[in-house]
Structures are given as C-alpha cells and as structure tokens.
Design a protein around this ligand. Structure first.
Ligand code: NAD
Ligand code: ZN
Length: 330
C-alpha cells in the first residue's frame, strides 16, 4: 500500500472528477508547452474535484467527507505578487500538471486545504471540476470590466470562449457576439445564449470581417475577449474594438504574433492579458450554486479512470463534437 504523507495545512482527497484541458492533451502529445518541458513521466490533470479523506493537523476550513473543487495552483504566499493579491503571477506557484509538478488525475491526491472549495450539496463533482475553466472565464470578464454597458465580442467558441460567454451573460453584458471557424462550436454558443454567432471564413479579407462585426453590433464592440490564440483573431480584436475600449487576451497560440499595435495606441484600446485566475474560484462557485450559470452541457463525454487513454483520444480529436471530456476517478 502506498502511504501519502500530508502536511499540517493539506488535505488528502479521494479524487472525484477530472476534466481534460487542451494543455493536458498538449503535454501528452507534444511533451511541452513553451518553456515547460516534460522531462520525466508526469501525472496529468488539473480541472478537478474530490472528497476529503483526511485532514492535516491545522486544517479548520474543511472536514472529512466534504466534497471540494480544487484550485490547482498553490503559490508561495510570501513574494510581492502573493502579498499584493495577484498570486497567479507568483514565480514559485506549484501548479498541477505543469512540469515538473504532477497533476490530480489519480485515485488519491493531496492539496493545500485553503485551495479547496467546499461544494454545496446541490452541486455535483462534475460541476466542481468545471470551476477551473469557469474561473478563467470569470477572471477574463473581470479583467475586461464586463457589465451592463458591455457590447462584447468573444473570439473562439471552445470551452474557454463558451465559459466566458456564460460569465459575461451573468455579469449583464448588453450584447454578446461570438466567432469561430467551426459552425459546430457556434451552434453550441447559440444554445448557451450568444446573441449572434459569426463564422470566420478563411478567404474573407480582414477589413471586411471588421465591417461585418461592426454591422452586427450596429456600432463597435467596446469589449473584446480573444479565446482562440490565433494571430488573425488577435488582430481582429484590436481592429474591431471601439476606441477607448478594452481587448482581453486569453488565448495562447504562437509566442510571437504580428499585430497593429499603433492602431491600438492611437485609439487608446487597452490590451490586457489573462493568466489563469486569482481569487476567482469563490465567484465561479457562486455563479453555479446560485443557478446563474449552468455549465453542465459543456460536458459532452464521460470516461472511467481506467479508460483515460480513450478519454484523451476523444479530447484530442474532438470526435463526436467533444467540448469537455470528463474522467471519473471512482
Ligand atoms: P480550444 O482549442 O478548444 O478552442 C479554441 C477555439 O478557437 C476553437 O473552437 C477553434 O475552432 C477556434 N478558433 C481557431 N481559430 C480561430 C479564429 N481565427 N477565429 C475564431 N475562432 C478560432 O481551446 P480552449 O480550451 O477553449 O482554450 C482557448 C485558448 O485559451 C487556448 O489558446 C488556450 O491555450 C487558452 N487558455 C489560456 C488560459 C490563460 O490563462 N490565459 C487558460 C486556459 C486556456
Ligand atoms: Zn509568490
């Protein structure tokens, strides 16, 4: 039997659900994302939830049997970023399934108790795991200052674009238009409440796409969130956004892209990055528990832990219209 030793501030978790993220697939297929290189065998998984099986001596916020969502990054807590409340920028953050740190796709896993969020009885372990991508959407919408006056353009209707759509609606955005290169993804966005969807066609000129977007908005969007990472999309974000507006970049594609930066400068379009989430899990949890956001339909496929390879294959190929593939650990 393997014995897992937990510290004073950790809990041992019997894992419940782990969702597959594009980055998990990337590490499995390519062995690296940018400078993060898998050099030794690494356990994947960071979108997860579980049930508390054992408490560290000093843990007061949880008890055995609690079902929790796991925020996968535990920062150092002592650097200036941590102290200033922007712990997502901590250089020493220990983040599940970012090499060399193992992830949470296993039967038992230990984690810092203050990065575990108790789920109310009416929330499922699947929803707990979905708090991870949802928190990215929450952070993106906060960075974009989404509210009742927002005319929002979202670029990319993958899981991240879709959760951003759900959060922006809950935050009261006046009009939301979402783009993708795949009609199948736009169909889902429409079902989830996008006001208008726009299919990006390869051979359409950039200036014509900008004109199309402005025609749809009957004006210009004052907020744009890119959730695709494509260069053409980041360019469109800048060119289509109203002067004085905000562009939020969430999608991560090539490390360097060519963009009309001077256009953004002369029109005072603010460009803001997003790195994961920071103090957003609680808000994401409340969005779901209050019923203001429903993420259940994002889960298109379910697998047992024993069928993990098949689950990854489904996620990688997008077979059967896969959006979020969920692995059940027990
Ligand atoms: P995904 O690949 O499933 O979704 C991307 C979507 O963008 C797809 O539906 C794709 O068809 C679409 N797309 C591609 N080119 C496009 C274009 N030119 N215009 C419009 N749509 C286009 O990935 P995801 O899981 O939804 O994640 C989205 C992006 O966000 C990825 O780049 C991912 O790496 C990134 N991400 C960033 C953070 C962060 O902290 N910044 C966190 C999570 C994910
Ligand atoms: Zn730190």
């Amino acid at each position: 039997m393997i014995k897992i030793v937990i510290s004073f501030i950790e809990v041992l978790l019997e894992m419940g659900c782990v969702g597959i993220c594009g980055s998990d697939v990337h590490y499995l297929v390519n062995g690296r994302i940018g400078d993060f290189i898998v050099k030794k065998p690494m356990i994947l998984g960071h979108e997860s939830s579980g049930t508390v099986a054992k408490l560290g001596k000093n843990v007061k916020n949880l008890k055995v049997g609690d079902r929790v969502a796991i925020e996968p990054g535990v920062p150092c807590r002592i650097c200036t970023h941590c102290k200033e409340g922007r712990y997502n920028l901590c250089k020493d953050i220990v983040f599940c399934a970012t090499p060399p740190v193992h992830g949470s796709l296993r039967r038992f896993y230990k984690h810092a108790a203050d990065f575990c969020f108790k789920l109310p009885d009416h929330m499922s372990l699947e929803e707990g795991a979905l708090l991870e991508p949802l928190s990215v959407g929450v952070h993106a919408c906060k960075r974009g200052e989404i509210g009742i006056g927002s005319k929002l353009l979202i670029l990319g209707a993958g899981p991240i674009g879709l959760v951003t759509l759900l959060v922006a609606k809950a935050m009261g955005a006046a009009k939301i238009v979402i783009t993708d290169i795949l009609q199948s993804r736009l169909n889902i966005a429409k079902k989830l409440g996008a006001d208008v969807t726009y299919l990006i066609q390869k051979d359409r000129l950039e200036k014509d796409v900008v004109a199309d977007i402005h025609a749809i908005f009957e004006g210009e969007p004052n907020r744009t969130i890119d959730a695709s990472g494509a260069q053409s999309s980041i360019r469109l974000a800048i060119l289509a956004t109203k002067s004085g507006g905000v562009v939020v970049l969430v999608g991560m594609g090539a490390p360097e892209v060519q963009i009309p930066l001077i256009n953004a400068l002369i029109r005072e379009v603010d460009i803001r990055g997003v790195f994961r989430y920071v103090n957003d899990y609680k808000d994401a949890l409340e969005l779901i528990s209050s019923g203001r956001v429903n993420v259940k339909s994002l889960v298109t496929h379910n697998y047992k832990l024993e069928d993990t390879m098949q689950a990854f294959e489904t996620s990688r190929t997008g077979a059967g219209g896969a959006i979020k593939v969920m692995i059940h650990c027990k």
